[in-house]
Design a protein around this ligand. Structure first.
Ligand code: CMP
Length: 139
């Protein structure tokens, strides 16, 4: 089915000028960018976005890194967009990511893994809503 998912290009990647290269990989995977904005998130915004991880040992490091520079927040649309996006991103830890995936090609480490993508329909809806109003999404 035609789905929407939320995607974020993280500060480690914008810092290395990879916004275009990563967006191209998403597009080549059959995903269409139907909303996009560059945002330097505050610590509060990062804490809110990643609230599900707040008890994890890496939470502080995650919030530091996500608020360390600009990110690109995007809504992607396509057939099975959630699964397709996860496939083209590759495993969370780049050491385990398959060949030709974004994280295999571009990520530096598990913390600096260049992209985030929603893992399920419920989180996709929540994450899209966290960053975008309906009028900003032009499908
Ligand atoms: P992401 O898909 O954005 O969701 C949570 C992030 O936490 C994850 O990608 C990683 O970048 C980051 N992270 C940092 N350390 C770890 C870890 N040990 N295990 C899982 N995720 C981690």
């Amino acid at each position: 089915a035609l789905e929407r998912t939320f995607s974020m290009i993280k500060p480690d990647a914008t810092r290395r000028n990879l916004t275009g290269a990563i967006t191209r990989m998403l597009e080549e995977a059959g995903l269409r960018v139907i909303a996009s904005r560059r945002v330097w998130m505050s610590r509060r915004e990062a804490e809110g976005f990643y609230a599900v991880h707040k008890e994890r040992p890496f939470f502080g490091e995650l919030v530091d890194s996500m608020s360390s520079g600009p990110t690109i927040v995007q809504v992607l649309e396509g057939e099975n967009a959630i699964a397709r996006n996860r496939e083209v991103m590759g495993a969370t830890n780049p050491a385990n990511a398959a060949e030709d995936t974004i994280r295999k090609v571009h990520a530096l480490s598990i913390g600096e893994n260049s992209v985030h993508g929603s893992d399920a329909p419920e989180t996709a809806a929540q994450e899209i809503k966290y960053w975008f109003s309906d009028t900003e999404i032009v499908g």
